[in-house]
Unconditional design. Structure first.
Lengths: 442, 446
């Protein structure tokens, strides 16, 4: 796989993260100073974090590797909320946690996607590694109030096909990524009820390359669109602790409208006679990331064994047609129809406490695809997927624990014919994910 | 910590196990089959379209991706045999007028500042060493010869290499120049499957020269009928299966549509000037600001000129310099040889309809599959989507036609080949893969 130039620049930005994280939490003593400092640090980390670019590919668009405790239970976490990632999954649960805690982690996604063309046979998508990262903090101000932070990439699409493949006029590389930064407040307003929420600041990246059906002596004209976007939304969750054994949660994350302004459009292999048509310049587009409604429950079957159930409903219908408008060259304007439908997911997970220091977990989930057969395209060859997860936590000493997770996603084979591009064939994907989250409690 | 080690090892092992079995995806090859047809010895008979003629010449790159050559690469998936073509030498190629191939160039606009894109010959004349006889040792599967009418197929002198006697593009690979015939050479291969597209030159040599009579007249449908019937009888005499193509209409070819009949765009001042001029010469002709029909020559009128009517065609062969700089279509009527007037259009369409009826009847009698190219070209006029690319009959930007506006580009050849494969698959219950149109060369802009 050819590494795009822009990735190299980001290596340095990645180093920025390492620098930001090299503080010693042990030095932070007084409660309030501690909170402020960590929130401040979190923002530094968040900013470095946003600049980080993973290297390649993904099958799905809504990411399921946002915290390894949740991942290892296949994402069934809305009614459990047992760690700082509750700031994302259900902010209502934050005050029910016993400690203040900071979590930082990353997952390593390896996807394999194959396309069967009726014209050219099997083509494999370029393989690569995507490393989405996550950061959560939960600071208990007192028994009934917590503040926290969540930084992660809940929407992350990255696919790369070979430059010369048969679908190059539809997609070569496609990246639509949104990093959500969410400062959060949570109150326990009754003995059994918590509510929490916060604004979502979404930072997006849209990067699209494809070929255009015009040739010069140098080859086919290539188009590269690169734009950043910002959007705003909110997250709110309620948590109900019926007793020591049963907890319930409900969470709503709003839709976020992402606007790409002043995106850079550039073209390669442009014949001089078409120079005026394919002139580099600005483009803009906008799209709406969906809202997600989640309901979940966790039940302690025995002292050691907890089972969790989650149902998510994602309003993907908002992801309709991406209109790309070129500032000085409206002839080039084009629309890319997505026509997603709303989708649901059901997740079941379990946690077993092996010892005081070790928990093991597992889970399965079924995610329905928002894309129907006539709208599937190689930018995101999506389908219904089954996910199987295992993992566990290990405590080291009093303050530090590590969560590990492995998840296998099996995206079912499907035969499609896209009505907009007449591009058809079969797709199937497997995604392997390893992840690690480091937790520090204080 | 012992417990931790034990379980972490277990976890690591199970994870490793899951990874090794589940990391990669890959599809098996699709199974294809030849159905009821046998592609072991395939022969193509036709004119310039099947010969791989493109950009006004026969040249190596386009000839290598001729329609029959593309089909042969697909037949190879279903036990298709070798397919040999009488390839020309690499380089500038050779056209039916001895010309070189054309390609798009930026040329200085003769009337306005700046440059325009125009198809220009790559050399003053073509590579006539291609006329040299290739010898009698090789049997060629592609017997399509540019400029060939149905009556030429059985004509012995058609392969005569003497100047002005035969067609040098057949003579160069005839098994016995001056003696052998194209249909005779086709049967030498004992074909199991024949591909026949005859009739294009029988009508389009006339249409493309603006209805010039003489050598370029339309072949009388009665004569066409006899010759075509004999052709199919002969080609199937050795029990070959096969496919025949019918004749598309001119309205879906850029050669006839690129210069729109009402493409004369005038501003109010230009219109007023022309009206003042024509008030003296011929007051029945008036102009308005905006789109106007061009003025064409019409000897049947006392004035010798009139505005062109909708449905009549100005041919792409007209010099745009003459229109833009020398007043053609306004003060100077466009000469007849660049215009297909309504009578001529009617003659062309009548001939095409007659040929197509003959082709349909004889295909059925001989059990050959019929590809409705007439309908397919019409479809192409309304855009044909292939893997995200919108092919159309628009000149240059439509991608399907070469720079001559009449012959397909290499991608156009693949589109037509796919239409042929679809018909074969339907009629012969075969499963032959279509060609990846976008993998062939597109039109190269300067």
């Amino acid at each position: 796989m050819k590494t795009p130039d822009y990735l190299n620049k980001n290596l340095f930005k990645t180093l920025g993260i390492a620098v930001s994280l090299s503080f010693d939490p042990g030095q932070l003593r007084p409660k309030f100073a501690r909170m402020l400092k960590f929130t401040f640090r979190s923002y530094i980390v968040a900013c470095a974090f946003v600049l980080f670019t993973g290297s390649s590919l993904a099958g799905g668009f809504q990411l399921n590797m946002l915290s390894m405790k949740a991942t290892s239970m296949a994402g069934a976490f809305t009614g459990f909320g047992s760690d700082p990632s509750a700031a994302f999954f259900n902010p209502g649960a934050m005050t029910f946690q016993e400690y203040s805690q900071l979590s930082l982690g990353a997952s390593f996604m390896m996807s394999s996607t194959s396309y069967l063309s009726p014209f050219t046979g099997n083509t494999n998508m370029d393989e690569g590694l995507m490393i989405p990262m996550h950061l959560y903090g939960n600071g208990k101000l007192n028994e009934t109030t917590s503040i926290g932070i969540s930084v992660n990439t809940p929407f992350n699409l990255h696919t790369t096909w070979d430059d010369n493949w048969t679908g190059r006029f539809i997609a070569r590389e496609t990246q639509i990524r949104a990093t959500y930064i969410q400062p959060t407040v949570s109150f326990q307003f009754a003995e059994k009820f918590g509510i929490g929420g916060g604004p979502v600041i979404a930072l997006g990246k849209t990067y699209i390359t494809k070929a255009l059906p015009y040739s010069s002596s140098g080859g086919e004209v290539g188009m590269e669109l690169d734009g950043n976007s910002t959007g705003f939304g909110f997250n709110i969750g309620v948590f109900y602790k019926h007793n020591e054994d049963l907890t319930l949660g409900l969470d709503y994350r709003s839709a976020v409208k992402m606007k790409v302004k002043d995106g850079e459009a550039s073209f390669s292999n442009v014949p001089s006679s078409l120079g005026a048509l394919f002139a580099s310049g600005k483009f803009e587009t906008e799209y709406t990331l969906p809202s997600v409604i989640s309901a979940g429950a966790a039940y302690k079957l025995t002292r050691e064994l907890t089972i969790c159930l989650d149902i998510n409903y994602t309003t993907w219908k908002s992801f309709d047609t991406l209109e790309f408008n070129f500032e000085n060259n409206s002839v080039l304007n084009f629309g890319s129809g997505k026509f997603y439908d709303n989708a649901f997911a059901i997740r079941v997970g379990a946690q077993y406490e092996l010892s005081e220091r070790i928990d093991v977990r597992g889970g399965v989930s079924f995610d329905s695809s928002p894309v129907s057969d006539e709208h599937v395209s190689p930018e995101n060859p999506d389908n219904d997927r089954y996910m199987f997860a295992v993992g566990g936590s290990i405590k080291f000493g009093e303050n530090v624990s590590v969560d590990l997770a492995y998840m296998l996603q099996n995206i079912k084979e499907r035969e499609v014919l896209n009505s907009e591009t007449n591009f058809g064939g079969n797709y199937k994907s497997l995604v392997n994910v390893f992840g690690i989250t480091l937790n520090y409690q204080f | 910590m012992i417990v931790f080690k034990k379980y972490s090892l277990l976890l690591a092992m199970s994870v490793a196990g899951m990874i090794t079995t589940s990391c990669q995806t890959e599809f098996d090859d699709i199974k294809y089959n030849n159905g009821d047809a046998n592609f072991s010895r395939v022969v193509a008979v036709g004119g310039s379209h099947l010969a791989g003629y493109s950009d006004r010449a026969l040249y190596l790159e386009a000839q290598s991706n001729s329609i029959p050559a593309i089909l042969a690469t697909r037949f190879a998936f279903v036990e298709g045999g070798a397919f040999t073509q009488p390839l020309v030498k690499p380089g500038i190629g050779i056209g039916i007028n001895g010309n070189a191939k054309y390609e798009l160039k930026n040329i200085i606009n003769p009337c306005l500042p700046g440059t325009i894109v125009s198809a220009q010959p790559v050399a003053p004349s073509g590579d006539i060493t291609n006329y040299n006889w290739l010898g009698s040792f090789v049997r060629y599967n592609n017997l399509a010869v540019p400029n060939t009418r149905v009556s030429d197929l059985t004509n012995q002198s058609y392969g005569d290499p003497s100047p002005f006697l035969g067609n040098p593009l057949y003579a160069r690979f005839a098994s016995q120049p001056g003696t052998s015939t194209i249909s005779g050479d086709a049967l030498l291969l004992n074909p199991t499957f024949v591909m026949i597209w005859m009739g294009m030159e029988d009508v389009y040599n006339y249409a493309r020269t603006g209805g010039e009579e003489g050598n370029d007249s339309i072949t009388d449908p009665a004569k066409f009928s006899i010759k075509y019937e004999n052709l199919l009888n002969e080609m199937t005499s050795l029990d070959a299966d096969g496919v025949v193509m019918n004749i598309p209409g001119p309205a879906s070819m850029p050669f006839f549509t690129e210069v729109a009949y009402n493409g004369l765009l005038l501003n109010p001042a230009q219109a007023a000037n022309l009206n003042a001029l024509y008030a003296i010469v011929d007051s029945t002709i008036t102009f308005t600001a905006g789109a106007n029909p061009y003025i064409i020559s019409d000897p049947s009128l006392s004035t010798g000129r009139r505005p062109i009517k909708k449905g009549e065609f100005i041919l792409m062969s007209v010099s745009l310099d003459s229109i833009n700089c020398q007043g053609w279509g306004t003060t100077v009527p466009i000469p007849e040889r660049y215009v297909l007037n309504s009578d001529e259009v009617a003659d062309v369409n009548a001939a095409i309809n007659a040929y197509n009826a003959i082709i349909t009847t004889n295909a059925a009698i001989n059990g050959l599959a019929l590809v409705n190219m007439n309908a397919f070209y019409t479809t192409l006029g309304n855009n044909k989507l292939f893997n995200g690319v919108n092919y159309s009959s628009e000149y240059l930007y439509g991608g399907a036609f070469s720079t001559d506006g009449y012959h397909p580009s290499q991608r156009g050849n693949a589109l037509l080949a796919n239409e042929i494969i679809s018909t074969i698959n339907r009629v012969y219950s075969s499963k032959i893969p279509l060609a990846d149109v976008n993998s062939y060369s597109g039109i190269e802009f300067p």
